[in-house]
Structure formats: structure tokens, C-alpha cells
Design a protein around this ligand. Structure first.
Ligand SMILES: CC(C)(COP(=O)(O)OP(=O)(O)OC[C@H]1O[C@@H](n2cnc3c(N)ncnc32)[C@H](O)[C@@H]1OP(=O)(O)O)[C@@H](O)C(=O)NCCC(=O)NCCS
Length: 155
């Protein structure tokens, strides 16, 4: 069964594993090897990553205790990270995690994110629409993503 918990310090290396695997397994059809390598490099700065995740404080999805995904929601409605482990994609984890984020953000007028080509249909199925397509530079490599937003009726 998939469970979603709040972030707890100490799990940052597990989240990095999810991040790396999500991109290298999930996005290879939509991005080149050069782009995925720049997005999720093999080597990373552990201290920087730990501080980033402690700032984002994402929700964490577990399946039978194993961390299989994570996604955050910031005060202004921004979703910075949303990643499901490559071996656990397509099994409903994303739906459960997004449900939790949408619940947490229900009172907000607008939720928004910079979404990969890979995740665009998933975000669309959760009520987000494309505001614009944009070219962004990640560690010196250009790639395309979408600014997507979801307007909540309550807002
Ligand atoms: C995109 C992603 C977040 C979806 O999570 P997931 O756990 O694999 O998705 P689920 O199994 O919960 O599927 C949810 C629904 O979205 C659909 N879906 C998921 N990924 C899809 C894709 N790439 N293309 C089309 N539909 C997709 C599923 O068919 C499913 O539809 P249903 O609810 O009607 O059955 C995940 O695959 C991922 O992390 N991908 C790679 C990294 C990435 O791009 N992250 C987002 C950065 S912005």
C-alpha cells in the first residue's frame, strides 16, 4: 500500500536516488542522454542537495516502507520537485502523491510548476494546463519544459 508522509531530515540520500532514477529511467524517451546527464548528474554536491531538500520539505511516498517518490508544495503554490522512482512509475504512486499535494494546496488560488515533457500528460490529467513552453539551461545544457498551472475554483 502507498503511504504519503511529511519530510523528515536524514532521508535526503534516498530522495536523491529517486530523483536520479526518475529522470534516467523515466525521461529518456523525451530528452537526450546529454540533457538527462545535466539534469541529474552522477556526482552531486551532498551538502547542497541536503540543504535544498530541507528547504523544500517534500511529501514522501512509500510503498511497503520503501521510499518510491516525493513532491513538494511551496507557500506560493509552486511545486518544485515531483519525482517517482523509475522502477515504481506507472503504478499509481504519482496519483496518490499528487492527490496529497492538491489536498494541501486546495485553499490556494493557483498551483504551478515547471514540468518536463514526460510529466506533461500526467499534470494535465490533474487539472494543470500549459501556460508556456520554455527553453531552460541546466548546467550549461539547453532543454525544454512547460510552465503549467492549475487554478483552484475556491481561490
Ligand atoms: C510523470 C510521473 C511523475 C508520473 O508518476 P507515476 O507514478 O508514474 O504515475 P501514475 O502511475 O500515478 O499514473 C498516473 C496517471 O498518469 C498517466 N501517466 C503517467 N505518466 C505518463 C506519461 N509519461 N505519459 C502519459 N500518461 C502518463 C498514467 O497513465 C495514469 O493515468 P490513469 O490515472 O488514468 O491510470 C513519473 O512517471 C515521473 O517521475 N517521471 C519522470 C520524472 C519527471 O518527469 N518528473 C516530473 C518533473 S516536472
Amino acid at each position: 500500500m502507498i503511504r504519503v508522509d511529511e519530510f523528515t531530515p536524514g532521508i535526503e540520500p534516498d530522495l536523491r536516488e529517486v530523483f536520479h532514477s526518475a529522470i534516467h529511467h523515466g525521461c529518456i524517451r523525451d530528452y537526450t542522454a546529454e540533457q538527462t546527464a545535466a539534469w541529474a548528474p552522477e556526482h552531486y554536491d551532498r551538502e547542497w542537495w541536503t540543504l535544498l531538500l530541507r528547504r523544500l520539505r517534500p511529501f514522501v511516498a512509500r510503498d511497503g516502507g520503501k521510499i518510491v517518490g516525493y513532491g513538494d508544495l511551496q507557500e506560493d503554490g509552486y511545486i518544485d520537485h515531483f519525482y517517482i522512482h523509475g522502477e515504481h512509475q506507472g503504478k499509481g504512486v504519482g496519483n496518490v502523491l499528487m492527490g496529497r499535494i492538491l489536498g494541501a494546496g486546495a485553499a490556494r488560488e493557483r498551483l504551478y510548476s515547471h514540468v518536463s515533457r514526460t510529466a506533461r500528460p500526467f499534470f494535465e490529467s490533474h487539472g494543470f494546463s500549459v501556460v508556456k513552453c520554455q527553453d531552460v539551461q541546466v548546467r550549461g545544457v539547453w532543454m525544454q519544459n512547460y510552465l503549467m498551472e492549475r487554478r483552484n475554483k475556491a481561490g
